[in-house]
Design a binder for this molecule. Structure first.
Ligand code: AHG
Ligand code: MN
Ligand code: MN
Length: 315
C-alpha cells in the first residue's frame, strides 16, 4: 500500500495535529492543479485588473487560487485564520475563530510563468495562535519566527503535481497519482546533497546587488564550479535545489533594498524545509528562521541551500 498524507499523523509531536491541515492543502492543490490545466479554455489566464498589497499586478489565477486555498483551510475545521500574499489583512475564518492554528500562504508562486505554461507553486506554513481562543485571532498571531513554525511545505505544479512538506521530522515529498486521485509518498526523507547542484539567481540584477555580494558571488562560482539554472518560480527553483544541491538566492539590490521575497509567505516556509533537509537558510546577518516578523508582508534577502555555497555568499 502506498503511503498517503495520512502518514503525516505518525511523524513526531506535531504530525497528528498537522495531518488534517496538510490534507486540506492537498485538496486545494488538486483543485488548483485542475484549474491551471484548464485555465486557457475558461479565459482564466491574464491580469485580474487589481493590485495586491505589495503593488504587484494580480493575475486571475492568483485570485482564484487564493479563494480555493481559503475554502479548503476552512473545511479542515482546525484553522482560525489565513494570512495570504494576496490579501492585505488577515482572513479570519468566522466559523472556526476559536481554532488553534493559523496558516500563511503564497497561493500561486511564480505567476509570471503562467502565460508560458511554466511551473508554478503554492507555499504554506502553520503556526499556533497566541491570543486567547475566546476572541478572534489577530495579526500579531502570525508574527512568529521560523523557530515557532509547526509545519511548512509547498506544492509544485509541474509535469506532475507534488506536495513537499515537513512537520519538523524531515522533509517528505508526495506525488499526485492521477489513477488513485491522491498524493502518494514518492520522495521520503529528502536531504540536500552537500556537493554538486546549481546556483539559481536572477543574475541580470548583479550590477545592482547590495551587501558586497558581487565579489562573494564571483568567488563562489569560481570555487564551487556550480552550473546555473533559473526558472523565476521560487517553488520550482527550490525544488531543484533540495533535490540536486547548490544554492537559490534572492539578495537585496538597489530596486529591492530588502530583497523581493516575502518573509512569511516564502522565506520562512522554504527556510524551514531547507534546515529540515540538512541545508542552510540565511538572510542578512543570520538565519532566516531567527527573524521575528514585524508585519504580514515584510520582505527579506534569502540565501537557501547546501551549507558550503550558502556560507560563501551570506557569510
Ligand atoms: P509571486 O509570483 O508569488 O509574486 O512570486 C514571484 C517570486 C518568486 O517565485 C521568484 O523566485 C521571484 O519572484 C522571481 O523574481 P524575478 O523575476 O525578479 O527574478
Ligand atoms: Mn511567490
Ligand atoms: Mn504569489
Amino acid at each position: 500500500m502506498p503511503q498517503t498524507l495520512n502518514s503525516i499523523a505518525h511523524q513526531g509531536a506535531n504530525g497528528p495535529a498537522m495531518m488534517p491541515i496538510i490534507q486540506g492543502v492537498g485538496r486545494a492543490a488538486a483543485e488548483i492543479s485542475y484549474l491551471l490545466r484548464g485555465a486557457v479554455f475558461r479565459g482564466a489566464l491574464g491580469a485580474a485588473g487589481g493590485e495586491n498589497v505589495q503593488g504587484e499586478q494580480q493575475q486571475k489565477l492568483d485570485v482564484l487560487s487564493d479563494e480555493i486555498f481559503l475554502d479548503e483551510m476552512r473545511s479542515t475545521g482546525f484553522v482560525c485564520a489565513v494570512g495570504s500574499e494576496e490579501q492585505e489583512e488577515l482572513q479570519v475564518i468566522e466559523e472556526y475563530a476559536h481554532a488553534d492554528y493559523l496558516v500563511l500562504v503564497d497561493p500561486l508562486d511564480g505567476s509570471s510563468n503562467l502565460d508560458i505554461d511554466g511551473p508554478v507553486g503554492t507555499i504554506f506554513s502553520v503556526v499556533r495562535r497566541r491570543s486567547a481562543p475566546d476572541g478572534a485571532p489577530v495579526e500579531a498571531d502570525t508574527l512568529q519566527s521560523g523557530r515557532e513554525v509547526l509545519a511548512a511545505g509547498y506544492v509544485l505544479y509541474g509535469p506532475a503535481t507534488m506536495l513537499v512538506c515537513s512537520v519538523g521530522e524531515g522533509v517528505h515529498g508526495f506525488t499526485w497519482n492521477p489513477n488513485s486521485a491522491r498524493f502518494e509518498l514518492s520522495h521520503p526523507d529528502m536531504r540536500i546533497p552537500e556537493q554538486g547542484g546549481y546556483y539559481s539567481v536572477n543574475e541580470a540584477n548583479a550590477d545592482k546587488w547590495l551587501d558586497g555580494l558581487a565579489e562573494k558571488f564571483a568567488r563562489m562560482k569560481r570555487e564551487t564550479g556550480l552550473g546555473m539554472r533559473y526558472v523565476g518560480s521560487m517553488v520550482a527553483d527550490m525544488h531543484r535545489t533540495l533535490l540536486k544541491g547548490g544554492v537559490f538566492l534572492y539578495p537585496a539590490d538597489e530596486k529591492n533594498p530588502n530583497g523581493k521575497l516575502r518573509l512569511l509567505y516564502e522565506a520562512i516556509p522554504m527556510g524551514f524545509l531547507v534546515e529540515q533537509a540538512g541545508g542552510r537558510a540565511m538572510s542578512r546577518g543570520g538565519s532566516v528562521l531567527d527573524i521575528v516578523p514585524e508585519g504580514l508582508h515584510q520582505r527579506v534577502p534569502v540565501y537557501l541551500g547546501a551549507a558550503r555555497a550558502v556560507d560563501m555568499l551570506a557569510g
